[in-house]
Design a protein around this ligand. Sequence first.
Ligand SMILES: Cc1ncc(C[n+]2csc(CCOP(=O)(O)OP(=O)(O)O)c2C)c(N)n1
Length: 431
Amino acid sequence: MASSSSVTLSQALLARAISHHGSNSTSDRVSLSSALSLPTFSGLKSTSSAAANSTSSKLARVPRRRLSSSRPVRAAAVETLDTTTETSLVEKSVNTIRFLAIDAVEKANSGHPGLPMGCAPMGHILYDEIMRYNPKNPYWFNRDRFVLSAGHGCMLQYALLHLAGYDSVKEEDLKSFRQWGSKTPGHPENFETPGVEVTTGPLGQGIANAVGLALAEKHLAARYNKPDSEIIDHYTYVILGDGCQMEGISNEVASLAGHWGLGKLIAFYDDNHISIDGDTEIAFTECVDTRFEGLGWHVIWVKNGNTGYDEIRAAIKEAKAVTDKPTLIKVTTTIGFGSPNKANSYSVHGAALGAKEVDATRQNLGWPYEPFHVPEDVKSHWSRHTAEGSALEAEWNAKFAEYEKKYTEEAAELKSIITGELPAGWKRHSR
Ligand SMILES: Cc1ncc(C[n+]2csc(CCOP(=O)(O)OP(=O)(O)O)c2C)c(N)n1
């Protein structure tokens, strides 16, 4: 069982967050009680990658690498997939993410389907295999953080929160995408949607916030971790696109992250070569890799972000092994992956595909389901995150209770930082 003090800590966190969100709903209170139940710790499973790669060779080509002195101009892509290939669970989950995004944007007749369709594989791996979080308590303190710096692609984040079991993004919320007052606004808002860490949309801002989150982790770890208890230990993951890379602020914060050696910051650069106006060849041809290396980052290139699940997994493993530098994983993807006539073009960046192209994409990816449908095997695969998340939090609560016994002063200080409550008698001390 969690100690009463760790329960108090959890409650304080949740209460503060709920009041911050202006919500006092029953579902939030239910979330708290499930967050505090303590099922057996089962550890995180990873999905099989062998099956996932079985169709890779048949899938679409990857855009050419940017920046060499003789840059070739890419031809517009037309992707065709062999739909008779048996679909593995990972691919099915990835396609679920793609179609939730396609369907929500279609229903709203507004939004950005291209990024979620291209980034679904890295999104799936992050939320299903890598990140530690508790969907029933989005405010568990030692959770991994995720920031979608390319906030326009927010249907990616909403689909992931939905699959992971966050109460903030139910099916009806996906169906209310971009509607007034919904939990799924056109860009992620941390005060609207529990599970969204920071508001993003202005390009470059998210990566800046992510640097701040990673800095906070490093600072708190340095101040409160003890040789026998790493009480602060979480990663910050971020997805940014070409648009974020073009913004000056992203370079400034990347410089600071490199200077500070933020080893637990892992950024995925969605290198899809398309931006709002067309091919990046027309305006953005710098070598991002060498720039980041110059800023003190470890840089990895995943050449096949569309279907290279193992490549993505290996890159994350390598990134975690580099503890003294932040890592940029450049993931080359195809924007609008799976759309036969719009993939790899700016037309899929910020507009609904249109009924005809949605049908063609369903055909192309072999997706026989109705809009917003999550296949049972995908649902059941993801359902384990609720128990696993509660177990992770319970394990941390127990660790904190031990820490508190040994390091009373530090624990009190840390609690005060986490909850924002000032220590008793602070007025007296401030004079
Ligand atoms: C600071 C800022 N300027 C302009 C915009 C408008 N805008 C939204 S998305 C976008 C293009 C983003 O391109 P990219 O990151 O390549 O996204 P992708 O095309 O891959 O979806 C722009 C210019 C913005 N959101 N923020």
